[in-house]
Design a protein around this ligand. Structure first.
Ligand code: OOG
Ligand code: MG
Length: 255
């Protein structure tokens, strides 16, 4: 019998101490339901330490991300208040195992949403949209995992930086996104890479939270998923995201 509780302690401790661990799939692969059970239990440990639930992040919603990570399914993870990093601030790599950044679109919910919904119903529940940089960090050695591994590891949720909020009727269907490091464009894409339209990611989030017996609540933040592949950051790096119509999001990387 697989020990879900023990595995949740291992992933939580790896995240808490920013320490790499071997993949579970090296010995016994986790099924999707088992992996989400691990994720829920590990989040309960975080909440017990005082972290606050503030929303969700969708993952592997673009072709570029699926190809980069070798995993072909859309996944969901939880966000807490401690994961939010200050826009224009300095992150500390010591808080991460091997951080990578990716360009995203964020939603701020104004109405509850869960279950099977249309794009229009999803948009009607959104209070604001923003550009965002997700700072993902797999706790698995060499950033390698299978589907069950990554879900158990809270879908690599670790940090994120939000830009300014814009009106919910801003057309986010096909916005140019440029993610730069030290003044050099590293990844260039479009919000359309996110399932054809980022709101589709919110539709998927509503369905997936319902399967987890949760819901999107007013005030929740939802990250739609990386529009391009992610790249690694190191101390001294200066990271800038420019999103057409949504302005800039930036931060610096410190030790
Ligand atoms: C998994 C998380 C994927 C995204 O936006 O696609 C993700 C990973 O790549 O480590 O956050
Ligand atoms: Mg992401």
């Amino acid at each position: 019998m697989i020990d879900i509780v023990k595995i949740s302690e291992i992933v939580d401790e790896a995240a808490r101490t920013a320490t790499g661990i071997p993949q579970f799939s090296d010995t016994r692969a986790l099924g999707v339901d088992e992996a989400y059970a691990v994720q829920s239990l590990s989040m309960q440990r975080r909440y017990a330490r005082g972290e606050k639930r503030i929303g969700f992040k969708m993952g592997l919603t673009s072709r570029a991300k699926m190809v980069q990570m070798g995993v072909e399914d859309v996944i969901i993870g939880r966000l807490t208040d401690e994961m939010r990093e200050e826009e224009g601030g300095i992150i500390s790599v010591a808080d991460y195992v091997h951080p990578r950044v990716e360009p995203e679109i964020a939603f701020l919910m104004k109405k509850p949403l869960s279950g099977v919904v249309s794009m229009l119903e999803a948009m009607d529940a959104v209070g604001a949209v923003a550009g965002a940089i997700e700072i993902i960090d797999s706790r698995y050695n060499a950033f390698k995992f299978d589907l069950g591994d990554v879900i158990a590891d809270n879908s690599s949720s670790s940090g994120f930086v939000l830009g300014n909020w814009f009106a919910p009727d801003t057309d986010i269907s096909n916005l140019g996104m440029v993610l730069s490091k030290n003044g050099r464009a590293m990844e260039i894409g479009s919000s359309a890479a996110i399932l054809g339209h980022p709101v589709r990611s919110l539709v998927s989030a509503a369905r997936m939270v319902a399967q987890l017996n949760e819901e999107l609540k007013p005030g929740d933040i939802v990250l739609a998923g990386g529009a391009t592949a992610a790249f690694a950051v190191a101390p001294g790096d200066s990271i800038l995201l420019e999103v057409q119509s949504l302005g800039q999001v930036a931060f610096n990387v410190g030790a």
